[in-house]
Design a protein around this ligand. Structure first.
Ligand code: GLC
Length: 797
């Protein structure tokens, strides 16, 4: 069943049935002020950090409650409902609604008993407050007396965990006041000089555009005993009783009573933020201008649509277009901003950027906003320790040059991260390469960037140090040690056990350095890297290949993981796809291992991470055993890995296979099976339960996942074949043979490319002829130096 559709023109997903199988969410705001909102207005807001700056409550793993509620009440009949279907939850035969999730805003429209409401939720550009604008229209023939109530449940304290568990403290530190047009909440208000770690904080919930008829600042008084958000006593009575909180739980609730003639509309605004009293007052005054919200929503559209327009594709597959043009791209920006911090699953406690996660997330936006990517890339490079390893977690308040290291007890205490991961710093290679080749900015290689602990080096030397780190941490057979884990958090191969995935990452790193060294004229490094590549290539060949596949790892007791005769986990996806991505496996072998993957790992929702799942034969250190079979790392369809699979097939030129995998796991393509998938059809999730599960196809952990960037790269570099290098752009699409024509518009190094791909013979890859501005060029390569401001490019496959 479908619960909504894609509106490509508006770049919105429109939910037409509010009873979605899970809360379908959107993100509002920026790193200064973030907000998550579901299609039923559930969710929460935070200043900078979901863990340390939480403003409003959300009960995880419950019924998507509470949220940003606007209640409406007919003051003649006493009937009441909400501007979002929940929390009141009227009968869907009488209550009609749509929810439009857009780029940085969400709009809920509802019709009930002759009243039309439109609630728009957003965080204006470059601000740290949120706006809920309500337009209400009487569509009936008689005048109506209506009450409107806005309600928000504040946290007692900004630290999420404290607010949830340390009730003997947090319930006694806050109070609310009524200040004409707003409720003001204070925390630790006696500590005017900020004693110890206590900070005096104030939040507000205000109303602009109409007068306040009644108010309440105390949750218990608002809800009433043994009631819920769906039937608060104060809404039932039609009046807020003026109770302000002193201890226990604060809230902001404001009421206005209106009369609407037939056809008459009213517009009003609720505002929320962490502001001082005077700032709150000034903001409310600003929003007396009823034209402001439309302008601010337009600014958001201009900002986001502008960014997303840097790559626009028009292919025969609508789902692909929806994802690449809007939703996958937008999700990449969201993971870029919020890492794994705050969603309806992550409660915000990870107070920093996971190294591997963020360095990979950056890849997802390089083609759309390379400058934004660069800033974060430099920040992450400054999270590399001077011996070349990377901090597993780079804190939001990271202080380059002064951080302690995983070797230090203080670091372990502060972050909970005990030691280095084998892969973290190696993610820099593909990310740096993508940035440099997208922009042509090779000067970056010579830019000085500090280390996390001490000293600075050029970016080029940072890369060499990352290689040193791997070379200084070799395990048995001279392969890279598994350390605490590699990309797979559940693999404890150990200090002497070795990771084949990391071996391929290192092999790829040698190649990237070779290209950079060649560009810099650093012959000594080029030679050394070539030798290392040869040397490690030989070890990989000897130790990592078994019969017809690459194995996953070797434990320190020399137990090989992922052999054909292993009773469980005998075939792993990542070492096969990375054998190709790293450039190690040439075409024929690549085809063979990918065919094996298709045979043994593919399912209707994508390829499994490994199979069979662990049950009885896991090696010591296979933490995947903790999960049920076909779940997460224990043989689910781990969606991030689909991106690498798509890329690998595309690099082999097998467009049909690449696209088959793409569609199997594409959220938009799963729009018609929302009850199976559960999660939003417009964003990727972390994994999908697979064949061993009674709920095959059910997906989990929405929005904040490496899937977004990895699949994006699989689409852009893989399927669309946009493969820049230092001097230009190679065009190597790998598409299904049914794609006879498609177009791409791309901004490349400040220049516009209008690319038309013609495929009359139904090829899956390859180039017959390429013309740039009417001139035929050699093979499928466009030297950057030949580009004008605006370019007409035609590729015949
Ligand atoms: C999760 C983690 C990521 C890890 C992956 C595989 O997505 O965020 O860091 O690589 O799981 O274990």
């Amino acid at each position: 069943m479908e619960y909504g559709y894609f509106d490509a023109k508006a770049q919105e997903y429109v939910i037409t049935r509010p009873d979605t199988p899970a809360p379908w969410a959107n993100y509002l705001g920026s790193p200064a002020y973030g907000a998550i909102i579901s299609n039923n207005a559930g969710g929460y807001s935070f200043v900078k950090s979901g863990a340390a700056g939480r403003l409003i409550r959300y009960r995880f793993n419950e019924q998507d409650r509470p949220g940003r509620y606007i209640y409406l009440r007919d003051d003649e009949s006493g009937d009441y409902w909400s501007a979002s279907w929940q929390p009141v939850g009227k009968d869907l035969d009488k209550y009609r609604s749509t929810c439009r999730h857009g780029t940085g805003y969400t709009i809920m429209e509802a019709e009930y008993t002759g009243l039309r409401s439109e609630a728009s939720y957003y965080v204006p550009m470059d601000t740290a407050h949120e706006v809920w604008r309500l337009k209400l229209t009487n569509t009936g023939a008689a005048a109506r007396k209506i009450s409107v109530f806005g309600f928000v449940e504040f946290t007692c304290e900004s630290f999420y965990e404290q607010d949830q568990v340390n009730l003997q403290y947090t319930q006694f530190i806050t109070r609310t006041y009524f200040k004409d047009q707003f409720i003001l909440q204070t925390i630790n208000e006696n500590c005017l000089n900020a004693v110890n770690e206590s900070r005096v904080e104030t939040r507000f919930f205000g109303l602009a555009g109409v007068p306040v008829t009644s108010y309440c600042g105390d949750r218990a008084a608002f809800l009433g005993g043994y009631r819920d958000y769906g039937n608060p006593i104060s809404i039932e009575k039609g009046r807020l009783d003026g109770t302000l909180n002193y201890n226990l739980n604060p809230c902001g609730a404001l009421h206005t009573a209106l009369t609407l003639k037939p056809g008459e509309s009213v517009s009003l605004v609720f505002l929320l933020g962490q502001k001082r009293e005077a700032e709150a007052k000034a903001l409310i005054t600003r929003y007396e201008d009823s034209g402001l919200p439309d302008k601010e929503i337009n600014d958001l559209k201009t900002y986001w649509h502008g960014k997303l327009a840097n790559l626009k594709v028009e292919t025969p597959d609508e789902n692909f277009n929806h994802m690449v043009n809007t939703w996958n791209a937008y999700q990449c920006f969201i993971t870029f901003n919020w890492s794994r911090a705050a969603s309806l699953i992550y409660c915000g406690q990870r107070n920093g950027y996971g190294y591997r996660d963020t360095v990979q997330d950056i890849q997802g936006i390089i083609h759309l906003d390379p400058e934004m990517a660069l800033e974060k890339l430099k920040f992450m490079i400054s999270g590399q320790v001077s011996h070349g390893g990377a901090l597993p977690l780079v804190k939001y308040d990271h202080n380059p040059g002064h951080e302690d290291r995983p070797e230090d007890v203080s670091h372990r205490k502060g972050t909970g991260h005990p030691s280095y991961r084998a892969d973290d710093a190696l993610w820099l290679f593909p990310t740096v390469w993508k940035y440099i080749t997208e922009t042509g900015n090779t000067a970056l290689l010579d830019e000085e960037i500090p280390y996390a602990d001490t000293g600075t080096d050029t970016l080029y030397k940072h890369l060499l140090k990352a290689i040193d780190f791997s070379l200084n941490h070799l395990g048995i057979h001279g392969l890279p040690a598994g350390l605490h884990a590699d990309w797979n958090d559940c693999l404890r191969l150990g200090a002497n056990g070795v990771s084949v995935f990391v071996a391929f990452q290192l092999y790829y790193a040698f190649e990237i350095v070779i290209r950079c060294a060649r560009h810099k004229g650093d012959a000594a490094t080029e030679t050394r890297m070539n030798e290392l590549k040869k040397k490690f290539g030989a070890i990989i060949e000897e130790r990592c290949w078994n019969t017809d596949r690459f194995v996953r790892g070797i434990t320190e007791h020399d137990q090989v993981v992922g052999k054909p005769d292993d009773p469980e986990a005998s075939l792993w996806l990542n070492p096969q796809s990375w054998a190709i991505i790293s450039g190690f496996a040439p075409q024929e072998r690549g085809n063979a291992i990918m065919d094996l993957v298709h045979q043994q790992l593919n399912t209707k929702y994508g390829a499994r991470l490994m199979a069979p799942s662990y049950r009885r034969h896991a090696f010591d250190g296979a933490l995947a055993l903790l999960f049920n079979p076909s779940t997460k790392e224990n043989g689910a369809i781990f969606l991030q890995t689909q991106g690498w699979l798509i890329l690998a097939e595309a690099l082999l030129g097998r467009g049909g296979r690449a696209f088959e995998y793409y569609l199997e796991s594409c959220p938009a393509a799963q729009n018609p099976i929302a009850e199976t998938r559960l999660l939003e059809p417009y964003v990727y999730s972390q994994f999908t339960e697979s064949v061993d599960s009674p709920f095959e196809g059910r997906s989990h952990v929405h929005w904040l996942t490496g899937t977004a960037s990895t699949v994006m790269v699989g689409c852009v570099e893989g399927i669309l074949g946009l493969r820049p290098d230092i001097n230009g752009l190679r065009l190597s699409p790998a598409v299904p043979s049914s794609w006879k024509n498609f177009t791409m518009e791309k901004i490349f190094r400040g220049k516009k490319l209008r690319i038309q791909v013609k495929n009359p013979q139904g090829c899956e890859s390859g180039c017959r002829k390429l013309t740039v501005n009417g001139v035929e060029v050699k093979d499928n390569y466009i030297p950057a130096s030949t580009l004008k401001a605006d370019n007409e490019i035609i590729l015949e496959m």
